[in-house]
Design a protein around this ligand. Structure first.
Ligand code: 9WN
Length: 424
């Protein structure tokens, strides 16, 4: 593909403007702190234009690592900015093993190893790997130690903020979370964005109630069964499967065998394969307190990213779900894909955040997955559609699937960064 110069320049411009010098803000006003997978996506984009700056992004994220290995979902580098709920929600300084900088007490999908691999492939730097691989390995080990459910290798998320906030797949589990929270419901997002594009106040009250309960056990529940919310998210687990395999590859680059990471990836791969539902041509999700279900959200397709489906399954997943005009794919009335919720689902909402709109990171994962499963022409088609969307509507946080209208934050860093990767 011949890169269109202005789009590259515009993407680079977004990353430069959101660069605070220490880390890249996900969005100029709405998201002024450092988020975990946002920085990983940014580093993947920076690998294409400025690997040294990409390495700095990784370092600043890892400066928020906890002693036990957790890399938190947010790092609150000191700044005078308008953001709520901020560091006081988490009170990380009260907990043993927290870093000097204030952070959240939960994590996010571990894209970081994949980002470090992208940086190394773009510009090999052995010293950088020596510097960061142990910390990433410690994070992955932490996930298996603290978040494992059973011998399957699958891990649980303990908060919707660890994946796709208000995605309908979390509705039933979230509805079981008791309210009665003492924390104040301050929301800076509402000062910048239309309420119809964001989670509701009721969802926020439940998000805060989970944090309040997690704080009581220092964010480390003795048993996952006792936590207010625990969900086996296929997006998170597919990301981890790929990250473990990338970590093993990176260890190989420094002459170590990466055996643990390779075995973990293989175990996750096998466990994800077990979630296949042949009637639905998709994968089943599991709430720890409920039954396995087809959630009708794009996460049901995420094992594709890790190359889990065999040839027949990948073809069916594509034809019956991902590219189906009635489900997640483009149709004459709704030409922008991939929707984050099936259009056939009663929960589908074309404007509200993770409940329907198109997200660039989701498309990026699916492009990689299609490639991994040998569906190269289909990956190219999705890549082209995604680039047409950013060309038409700019680097929004997410997009209306019928009109392509930009929604959420404008000048969104990961939309710009992943555009750079998709164009290369
Ligand atoms: C809460 C920063 C983050 C992303 C998440 C996205 C959103 C925060 C919010 O923004 O989450 O952590 O305010 O809703 O859901 O994926 O990392 O871009």
């Amino acid at each position: 593909m011949t890169p269109s110069k202005p789009l590259v320049d515009r993407a680079v411009g977004v990353l430069r403007r959101n660069d605070t010098g220490r880390f890249t803000k996900p969005g100029p006003c709405v998201y002024p702190f450092q988020w975990n997978w946002d920085s990983a996506f940014v580093a993947i984009g920076l690998a294409r234009i400025d690997p040294e700056r990409g390495r700095a992004e990784v370092r600043s994220l890892l400066s928020g690592s906890w002693m036990d290995g957790m890399v938190p979902h947010m790092v609150f580098h000191p700044q005078d900015v308008d953001y709520a709920p901020g560091p006081e929600l988490w009170g990380s300084a009260e907990y043993a093993g927290a870093p000097d900088v204030a952070t959240s007490g939960i994590t996010q999908p571990p894209v970081l190893a994949t980002a470090v691999r992208a940086l190394h492939e773009a510009a090999p730097d052995r010293a950088f790997l020596d510097e960061v691989l142990r910390a990433i390995d410690a994070w992955h080990r932490w996930l298996h130690r603290v978040r494992s459910l059973d011998d399957s290798g699958l891990v649980a998320i303990l908060h919707p903020w660890e994946s796709a906030d208000n995605a309908p797949r979390f509705d039933a589990a979230l509805a079981r979370v008791e309210l009665g929270c003492a924390l104040s419901l301050a929301r800076s997002d509402r000062r910048h964005l239309d309420a119809a594009e964001r989670p509701t106040d009721l969802e926020y009250r439940r998000y805060l109630a989970i944090v309040e309960q997690l704080r009581r056990c220092g964010f480390r529940p003795a048993s996952l069964g006792e936590t207010p919310f625990a969900y086996v998210d296929l997006c998170f687990n597919a990301v981890l499967a790929v990250a473990e395999s990338d970590l093993a590859w990176l260890f190989g680059q420094i002459g170590e065998d990466g055996k643990r990471a390779r075995a973990a990836s293989a175990r996750l791969h096998a466990a994800l394969a077990e979630c296949w539902d042949d009637d639905a041509a998709a994968y089943r999700q599991r709430d720890l307190h409920g039954d396995e279900v087809i959630s009708d959200t794009v996460a049901d397709l995420f094992p594709l990213y890790a190359g889990v489906p065999d040839e027949r399954q990948a073809r069916r997943l594509l034809d019956e779900c991902l590219w189906s005009p009635d489900r997640f794919g483009p149709s004459p009335e709704s030409p922008w894909a991939v929707t984050t919720v099936s259009k056939a689902s009663p929960a589908f909402d074309s404007r509200r955040y993770w409940r329907g709109p198109v997200w660039i990171n989701v498309n990026w994962f699916l492009v990689r997955g299609l490639e991994r499963c040998g569906l190269v022409a289909e990956a190219d088609e999705l890549r082209r559609l995604t680039l047409r969307l950013v060309e038409t509507s700019g680097f929004a946080e997410y997009y209306h699937p019928s009109t392509g209208e930009p929604l959420g934050s404008d000048d969104f860093s990961w939309s710009a960064a992943l555009t750079l990767d998709l164009m290369s």
